[in-house]
Design a protein around this ligand. Structure first.
Ligand SMILES: Nc1ncnc2c1ncn2[C@@H]1O[C@H](COP(=O)(O)OP(=O)(O)OP(=O)(O)O)[C@@H](O)[C@H]1O
Length: 251
């Protein structure tokens, strides 16, 4: 089977600490693969290496058939590897639609009709509305961003990534800081996106992870100690002892 992402032996050392210790994993197109592990296990470092913000000391990353190990984050994004950040470049006084249309314009790297008001440019508005719908925010498209609740803002960040039609989404704790109700909504949204995008999800919310993932990899002290289906991970004794002993796994 061809893989959209192949990570091979990725390592990153901080002084005496191996934050990622020769991590290898693959992602099939359309697969949702979750990375779980205790605090300090190396999850953020791994996501940073994939996004291009953290340079690995060794190892390689192949994405969509090409080696991207030495590419900058923007070059990776152009190839379809998108990271959902807590986006800082949001204009709070502009509407959801205007912000997503701007993200579309930035992704395309040129201004469409410079003198034409943005919302009269269907080549920006149509994909923006589509992405806003995919992110579950259609009813808020005309609302100023400053009016959004915390969960809705995270949905906007997702729309701003989806508008570029990525091939792989890196989702770094998309449920962080959300109420139970809000995270339930994001689980539903991601369920709806499953199969259309490959997704690598780092998340502490175990209910969400076990509900969503096709496969789960467990990272402990920078090393993947197990990879498998949610059922396999739930039944894995080493995982239970090393990581999940103090967590209650969803049944
Ligand atoms: N820039 C850095 N300089 C030095 N040490 C770092 C740096 N970034 C991370 N580390 C260390 O690397 C290890 C892995 O950190 P990382 O943030 O990747 O873990 P994590 O699994 O994302 O943790 P959490 O679940 O708490 O976010 C930790 O021990 C951390 O202190």
């Amino acid at each position: 089977m061809s893989h959209i992402l192949e990570i091979s032996q990725l390592a990153k050392r901080y002084g005496g600490l191996l934050a990622t210790d020769h991590v290898s994993l693959t992602l099939a197109p359309g697969e949702l693969h979750a990375i779980i592990g205790p605090n300090g296990a190396g999850k953020t470092t791994l996501i940073g290496q994939l996004g291009g913000e953290v340079a690995p000391d060794s190892g390689s990353i192949r994405f969509d058939g090409k080696d991207i190990t030495s590419l900058a984050p923007a070059q990776r994004a152009l190839r379809g590897l998108a990271r959902s950040y807590q986006i800082t470049s949001v204009f709070p006084e502009l509407s959801v639609l205007e912000n997503v249309a701007l993200a579309m314009q930035a992704h395309c790297g040129h201004s469409f009709g410079f003198w034409t008001p943005m919302l009269r440019q269907p080549e920006l508005v149509e994909p923006a509305l589509h992405a806003i719908g995919q992110a579950g925010l259609a009813h808020r498209a005309r609302a100023p961003v400053s009016d959004l609740a915390h969960g809705e803002r995270r949905q906007l960040e997702l729309a701003m990534v989806l508008v570029a039609e990525p091939k792989l989404l890196l989702l770094d704790e998309p449920m962080a800081g959300m109420s139970h109700q809000e995270s339930g909504k994001v689980v539903e949204l991601l369920q709806g996106l499953k199969g259309r995008y490959a997704m690598l999800l780092v998340e502490h919310d175990m209910d969400a992870v076990f509900a969503l993932a096709d496969r789960i990899s467990v990272l402990v002290y920078g090393r993947i100690i197990a990879s498998g289906t949610p059922q396999e991970i739930r039944a894995n004794e080493e995982v239970r002892t090393a990581y999940l002993g103090d967590e209650v796994l969803p049944v």
